[in-house]
Design a protein around this ligand. Structure first.
Ligand code: SF4
Length: 284
């Protein structure tokens, strides 16, 4: 195992030389996030133009070897809890386990074993006596939340101090096609989001950036605010919004056309969201 210190910009999936499990010092989470990458084939059903996955392809997660994943997770958590990994590899000030995060190089809920993966996390959490305060986070584009087995996984996650981060970058069909390179209807997005909120506490994660030097338009802002306000009026309440810009370079062909917004630009939009009555965590 490498002795390289992990820094806040390193989301290197190979940093612990394991197949599925990778540690990340998360700028947003403020500690060590134990990542689980089910998409070892770099396949996603979307192609966001800011996506940082190198060699991204369209598709779904391959079959997961559940026993390999379970052993990796158990061994790695034991190393974090009882070994010297924190001292050797993690900068001072970030030496705490923040969460177990289903994230990685594609859409995690596309794994056919998603429910079994959540059950496995529950088992390993119990066996390693992981503190209750450590969250179980799912970072998802939300597009497969209509599936009953994915909803079951979310209900199970809720019992593990679970949290869903549901991607909502733009709230119009044209905007989603431009930014996420996916064709969908806002009714479908709404139904998927309602399902997520009903199963597990859910945050919206929103990437806000400039394309060809142009920040999101007022129309983009209004679409977003109207979409979220309508959900809330109907009694579907997300926990809040994680609003961020481009932290790392896109690996997509559009990369040269993208640029990050300033903290001030993000804050202007954040202030409008707060007026809806939702907390906003901003990460420039
Ligand atoms: S949903 Fe995530 S993994 Fe998929 S293309 Fe978008 S950023 Fe990349």
């Amino acid at each position: 195992m490498s002795d390289k210190i992990l820094d806040v910009m390193s989301h290197d999936r190979d940093s612990a030389a394991l197949r599925y499990v990778y540690p990340v010092v998360s700028r947003r989470a403020g500690g060590v996030s134990v990542g689980i990458n089910l998409n070892t084939n770099n396949a996603c059903n979307w192609r966001c133009i800011y996506c940082q996955v190198p060699g991204l392809t369209r598709g779904t997660a391959p079959a997961t070897d559940l026993s390999v994943l379970e052993n990796e997770l158990r061994d790695f958590l034991n190393e974090l809890l009882h070994g010297d990994f924190m001292q050797r590899r993690v900068p001072e000030g970030a030496r705490r386990i923040n969460d177990i995060a289903l994230s990685g190089n594609g859409e995690p809920t596309s794994s056919a074993e998603f429910v079994q993966v959540i059950a496995l996390i529950a088992r390993v959490r119990r066996e390693t006596a992981l503190p209750q305060t450590v969250k179980t986070v799912l970072i998802t584009n939300g597009s497969l939340l209509y599936r009953s087995e994915v909803q079951q996984g979310l209900r199970d996650m809720a019992k593990l101090n679970g949290e869903v981060w549901f991607k909502l970058d733009r709230a119009s069909e044209a905007g989603m096609q431009r930014v996420n390179d996916t064709r969908t209807s806002m009714n479908k997005v709404r139904d998927n989001l309602i399902a997520a909120i009903a199963c597990c506490p859910t945050w919206l994660q929103t990437c806000w950036f400039a394309l060809d030097g142009e920040p999101p338009s007022h129309r983009d802002e209004d679409d977003y605010l109207e979409f979220v306000a309508a959900m809330m009026r109907d009694g579907h309440q997300p926990q809040g919004v994680l609003l961020y810009s481009l932290a790392r370079a896109s690996m997509q062909a559009e990369a040269p056309r993208l640029s990050a917004l300033s903290a001030e630009q993000l804050q202007v939009f954040a202030d409008r969201i707060v007026k809806l009555g939702l907390p906003v965590k901003v990460s420039p």
